[in-house]
Design a protein around this ligand. Sequence first.
Ligand code: FAD
Length: 320
Amino acid sequence: MSIDLSTPPVPISFEVYPPRSDAGVAALHETIRHLASVDPRFISVTYGAGGSTGGRSLELLTHILRETHVDPLAHLTCVGNTYAGANALIREFLDAGITSFLALRGDPPAGVSEDDVFLGDLDSAAQLVQLIDRVQAEREPYSETPIPGVPGAVRLAERPRVDIAVAAFPNGHPRSRHPFEDIDALLAKQAAGATLAITQLFFHADDYLAFVQRSREAGVTIPILPGIMPITSPTRLRRVLELTGEQLPADLAVALDIEPTVEGQREVGVAHAARLAREVVDGGAPGVHLYAFNNHETVLDVLSEAGVLDPATRMPDAVR
Ligand code: FAD
């Protein structure tokens, strides 16, 4: 299966993470069923720091592959992995039928400093992109078709390629030293064979639109999909700022802080994410990628409010 962002309506996609315990599995499968019902181009599954959720990631990806019509996209990380280990991991995912990947450098596991951790044999996402492409090429070499009427002559068919997405950082990666380092990193990933970029979350449409423009001017041609995260509580806002190093969005922070109820805060977060989705689509984004936090209702509300989801495609309340 190949990720197609070229056909209307506005392509949508979601990110989920593997369940942390067996108890969460049934609820997550239900969430996947709801997300699949609105026909996303893919559902991506995160890969825990240092491979900590590897088995559960693959189980969830296989579930999406078998139980829905949606393309599962596997996040894979380099951190802590040897070359041979990464090679074996990619083969395991390909053997399971997974053909779309998000190649990431990955962060050190919780509690481990960037300077302490063994970063592994692959030290950038671009190298992982190349390795995924190479492993797939070894499995599916060019096929030869005899040319009728020309004895001994063969035509080499283009081999089927896997889809390889990569991360992009509209406001810079927390460890990058200057703004162009992130664009250079994206160019390197594109040169290595990446076919799609998905952005880190951002809070203002201009952050994304200006980054896309700078990337295009520098020679990035692959689609850059905006990653949008509904921030539905002050706690979640604090947590994502810690994790991503993004600047505090003062307007959203104040709106969440003055809202006294949980439901009211949820509405603030949904409205903010919906506005962002609408503005980036109006600005030319090739689709919208939603960080779902394993909950379908919030992201589907965002898409409905943004006007990019046909309400008729959403499963009725009775089966929610
Ligand atoms: P790279 O492309 O190798 O680097 C990205 C940028 O960071 C470049 O600009 C580079 O110059 C700069 N940089 C990187 N390292 C340094 C350094 N040491 N010093 C200076 N600059 C540096 N992580 C997970 O563990 N699992 C996941 O499933 C996961 N999913 C993600 C999904 C998305 C859409 C995004 C945006 C991030 C995700 N991450 C995930 C986090 C990601 O692994 C980290 O942000 C990681 O630090 C960078 O990964 P990368 O693939 O962009 O790395």
